[in-house]
Design a protein around this ligand. Structure first.
Ligand SMILES: [Zn+2]
Length: 190
């Protein structure tokens, strides 16, 4: 998605930016000052909050991040994160593949209290001027927000038939292990 392109205060870089392999720890303000672009894969098994919500994951998340400074001197990170995860079907609780695709636009602030000054299109990212930033938790947060509230197998591919559903005889464990209540709580905070 490129719906941010219409913002007039967005800087446009004439020279092609160089792409560096994705490091996991970066100096975000320095990267923004030099308009760096990072691209690479981050391991999903190093994202514990994702595992808490949808179970252990293997594989990687492909991320492309552009760092920059806009016309109002705001330092930002813009980009995309895409990952294929396994997520439980809400009917049968068997894992099924889901592709998460997240558009990222983070405005860097040195203090939480400055977050409210950012324009609405920016999500605040609190990081000190001299701090290094761990990119994995940042990307993990974006993936968490991109998780669908609920997913189901196609009818006929699901282990729980429609007949069982309509009879209302769901085993108790399907209620108690529902991973989506935690997800809903997370999304409420945003
Ligand atoms: Zn199912």
């Amino acid at each position: 998605m490129h719906f941010f392109d219409s913002y007039l205060d967005r800087p446009y870089h004439c020279a092609p930016m160089s792409t560096t392999r994705m490091p996991t720890r970066v100096e975000p303000y320095r990267l923004a000052a030099s308009a760096e672009r990072l691209e690479g894969d981050l391991p999903l098994d190093e994202m514990p909050r994702l595992a808490d919500l949808i179970g252990p994951q293997t594989g990687t998340c492909h991320a492309v991040l552009t760092f920059g400074i806009d016309a109002q001197r705001r330092h930002y990170i813009e980009g995309q994160a895409e990952a294929r995860v396994m997520m439980p079907c809400l009917r049968c609780l068997q894992p099924m593949p889901v592709t998460l695709d997240s558009s990222i636009l983070l405005g860097m602030v040195t203090d939480e209290s400055l977050s409210s000054r950012l324009p609405r299109e920016y999500d605040p990212l609190v990081v000190g001027h001299d701090e290094r930033l761990d990119l994995i938790p940042v990307i993990e947060e974006e993936l968490l927000l991109a998780l669908p509230q609920a997913i189901y197998h196609e009818e006929g591919e699901c282990a729980v038939s429609r007949d069982e559903l309509s009879s209302g005889e769901l085993p108790d464990e399907q209620v108690t292990t529902n991973p989506f209540s935690a997800l809903a709580a997370l999304k409420d905070k945003h």
